[in-house]
Design a protein around this ligand. Sequence first.
Ligand code: SF4
Length: 408
Amino acid sequence: MPSERQILVGGVPIGGGAPVAVQTMTKTETANLAATMDQIRRVAEAGADIVRVAVPREKDVEALRTIVRQSPIPVIADIHFNYTLALKAIDAGAHCVRLNPGNIGGPDKVAQVAARAKAAGTPMRIGVNSGSLPKHLHELERENAVEALVTAAVEFVELMERLDFTNFKVSIKSTSVPNTIASNRLLASRIPYPLHLGITEAGTKWSGSLKSSVGLGTLLADGIGDTIRISLSTFHAEEEVKVAWEILKALHLRERGPVLIACPTCGRLQFDMDTVVAEIERRLEAYEDPIEVAVLGCAVNGIGEASNADFGITGAKDEGLIFSRGKPLKKVPTPELVDALFEEIDKYAVSKRIDVDAGAAAEAGALLDRLEDKEAMTPERMAALEREHADGLDEDVSPVASRRFTRA
Ligand code: SF4
C-alpha cells in the first residue's frame, strides 16, 4: 500500500499513490560545476526524476545555487553533521534537504533546520543508517536490529512532528537486504509518510544491482516505497538510474522505453546471440515507445513463446525471421537480422502500426515451418505425440497423466 501522505520535491510528487520516483546521486565534487551539471544532464536523460548532490563544504553550497537554477530535474542537498550547511542549502534554493537528525548536532539544530525549511516550503528527507544509530538504541540493535532501526526512524518522525514539520519522507538504510525489507515493512505499518528505499553501499554494478533488485523489488511488489535510489560503486550515476528503471519496469510499476526479452540460449543456438542481444539492447536505448522486443536463439519453441512481443527475431545458421506478436513478418539473412528488426521498429515508431506484407510473411512462415521441422521435438509436437499415444489409454489410471503436456 502506498504511503498516505504525499510531498512535492520540486514538481515531483512522492508518496500518496504517485508513481515511484527514480533518483540518484551525483558522483562528482559538487563544487565542480561543469562536471556536476554534465552528470545531472546525463542522469536526467537516463530517466532520473530527482537528483541528489553532496554538500559537505561551503563551496558546494555556492555551486548549489547555480545547480538548482540550471538543473532540468529537482535537486536534493545531501547534508551530514553540519546544520549550517543545511540552512544555507535551503537558502540556495535546494528542492529538498536530506539529513539524518541523529548526526546533525542535536534536537535544537534539527529544530532550526525544520523552521527554515518550513518557512521556505522545502521538504526534507530524514532517516537513519544502520551504521549510525543513536547510543540509547545500541543494546536493542544487538538484540533486534530491525526493531532498533524502526524505533530510531519513528523517534525522528515524532521529533519532526513535535517541531510541527511534516513535509518529509523517511528512509531506513542498511547494507543488509533482509533487514532493509523487514524494517521498511515495519516502518510502513507505523507511519503515514512517504518512504525512500535503497540498499546502502550495495556494491558493484553486478552485485549491487542484484541486491537492490531483491531488496527493493520485494518491497515494491508489496506496494511499499515511494522513491528509490540504487547505490552502485560506479562513477556513472546514469547506471544507477537504468537499474532503477529495470526494477520498476519488471514490476510493471512504470513504463519507460522498450522492454527486451531474450532466451538464455542453449546447444541449439546457431548464431552469435550474445553480441546480437547486446547490440539490440544498446540500440533500443534510443527509443521511447514501451514496446516489447524478443530475441530467440532458435525456433524450437515456436515464436508463439514470445507472442506478446511487438517485435522479435529468431535466428538460425543462415537465415532468421523477424516476427511480430506471434506471427512471422519476413525472413532475413542472419547477419542482417538486427538492422531489419530496427527497420520494423522505426516504421512502427512513426506510424504506430505494424505493417504486414502478405508475400514476405508467407515466405517467412514457410521458413519457420522448415526450421521447426529440423528440430526433433517442439512442445507442440510432444503434445501431439502424447495425444496420439494416449489413444485407448485410461487417463485416470495412467501413472504419467498428471505430467502430460497439455498445450493444444
Ligand atoms: S530459444 Fe532456442 S536457443 Fe534459445 S534457449 Fe530456447 S531452445 Fe535454446
